[in-house]
Structure formats: structure tokens, C-alpha cells
Design a protein around this ligand. Structure first.
Ligand code: 8X3
Length: 254
């Protein structure tokens, strides 16, 4: 991999910001990027978890709630330099048909996935520009590629997040900023536990009878995209377990 070397004020290493870094794909990405030579600024609400990971990888832990405008402003003020932004924070709540969908769940999904990505991107764009070699990686989902039954709140939010990200590819053309969308399928993290409001059995059933992706599998791909030469833009990467052919299309061993 290309060594990610450039001098910055926060560290001798280039700075990467990872949102939602206290667990799952975010935590694994923070570790993988540190391994690739970045100084990682980890953002999430659970600061104790962040500090643990930051301690392991010589990174920086900063409290961040992407659904709160003031929290994002405070976070951004603590990041004077940034070469890479990984928009990872977000998630799903609920899995109901539209007829029964919960308005508060939908509101949260739009706030976390869409407005959160908008705020982080707006906040760090000046620093990404100033780096002279910026990169925005947004973790969307296969839910950003088409609809699936009972998923309209999440697929709608992920489509909107993806449109924000993909629109930037054109708007920033000519500037030294790359854009990569990562669209994972089934990844075994807290994702389903959050989606089902803490129902462990329901969450475990999602991954039963197949080998899902791990957070590390996704983090590997993110680190790969981040360490290509500056003129190489990986626009969109979709990754799923071998046993998955699309949303809800899986092969399970008995
Ligand atoms: C998670 C993948 O298929 O549950 O983003 O929507 S899926």
C-alpha cells in the first residue's frame, strides 16, 4: 500500500476523520487507516469506547453526534487539518412495511444518514481542500442501490445519502478531492441490533446459516481505496458475502 505520508500540525501523519468510530465498521476502519499510516480522529457519542481505540492506535478521540449541529461544529473546530473523511455514522431503525412505518424512526434515519453526512462534509470541506489531496469516503449500503420490502425508511435515507455523495463527484470535479462510495451488504456488527431495538434474537437471525462480512472485511476495502495514488478514484465499491446476491437474496445453510 502507498504510505500515507504528509506533515500536519496535529501529527506527522495525514489526518483521517472517521465518524461512528466507536464500534463496527467505524472502529475497524480507524484501526485499518492507522495501520496504513494515518493519524485517525475518531468521532462518536461513546467517548469511553473511542478513547480505548484511540489509545491503541495513537489516534484522537473527539465526541461527535452527527444528528446535533452544535456537536458537529465543535468536532470540526477540533480538526484543523484533514486529508480523509470517512462518513460512516448512520444506521437503520425498524423493518416495517410503509403502511406501519414509524415516523420517529424515519426522522432519525434521515438525520443520522443524510443530514449527518451533509454536516460533516460541509464542515470538513475547507480542510480537505486545503490539504491539496483530499478524499471523502461515504459508507452507504446496498440499500442505496434499490428498494427492498419493509426497508423504505432505510433505503430512502441511504439513497439520499448516496445522492449527496455522488453529486459531490461532479461538483468537486477539478478540485483535489477524491470521492469513494462503499456499499456493503450484510455485515455482522451492531447494525441489526440497533435496527431491531436491541432484540438480540431477531438480530442474530439475520446472519444465521451464512458467513456475513465482518467489519474488518469492509475496513480493508476502505483502506485500499484510501491508499491508491492520488489520481486514482475508486467511485463505487459494492461488497457482499458470497452467500448474498442482493437485499434479502441470501443462501442459508440449514
Ligand atoms: C445494511 C445492508 O441489506 O440490511 O446496510 O440493507 S441491508
Amino acid at each position: 500500500m502507498r504510505a500515507a505520508g504528509q506533515t500536519g500540525r496535529m501529527s506527522d501523519r495525514p489526518t483521517a476523520v472517521v465518524t461512528g468510530a466507536s464500534s463496527g465498521i467505524g472502529a475497524a476502519t480507524a484501526r485499518a487507516l492507522a495501520e496504513a499510516g494515518f493519524h485517525v480522529v475518531l468521532g462518536a457519542r461513546r467517548v469511553d469506547r473511542l478513547e480505548e481505540i484511540a489509545g491503541e492506535i495513537d489516534g484522537t478521540a473527539l465526541r461527535l453526534d452527527v444528528t446535533d449541529k452544535a456537536s458537529v461544529a465543535e468536532f470540526v473546530a477540533g480538526v484543523p487539518e484533514c486529508r480523509l473523511l470517512v462518513n460512516n455514522a448512520g444506521g437503520a431503525k425498524g423493518l416495517e412495511p410503509v403502511a406501519e412505518a414509524d415516523e420517529d424512526d424515519w426522522r432519525w434515519m434521515y438525520e443520522a444518514n443524510v443530514i449527518g453526512t451533509l454536516r460533516m462534509t460541509q464542515g470538513l470541506l475547507p480542510a480537505l481542500r486545503a490539504s491539496g489531496d483530499g478524499h471523502i469516503i461515504t459508507v452507504t449500503s446496498i440499500a442505496a442501490l434499490g428498494p427492498y420490502d419493509n426497508g423504505a425508511g432505510y433505503t430512502g435515507a441511504k439513497h439520499a445519502q448516496a445522492m449527496l455523495h455522488r453529486t459531490l463527484r461532479g461538483e468537486l470535479l477539478g478540485e483535489p478531492i477524491r470521492l469513494t462510495e462503499i456499499a456493503p451488504g450484510m455485515v455482522e456488527t451492531d447494525f441489526s441490533l440497533v435496527r431491531f431495538g436491541g432484540d438480540r434474537e431477531k438480530a442474530d437471525n439475520v446472519y444465521k446459516g451464512l458467513t456475513p462480512l465482518s467489519a474488518d472485511d469492509v475496513a480493508d476495502v476502505i483502506a485500499f481505496a484510501a491508499t491508491r495514488p492520488s489520481h486514482v478514484n475508486l467511485d463505487q465499491i459494492t461488497l457482499m458475502p458470497r452467500a448474498q446476491a442482493g437485499p434479502g437474496r441470501v443462501h442459508r445453510e440449514p
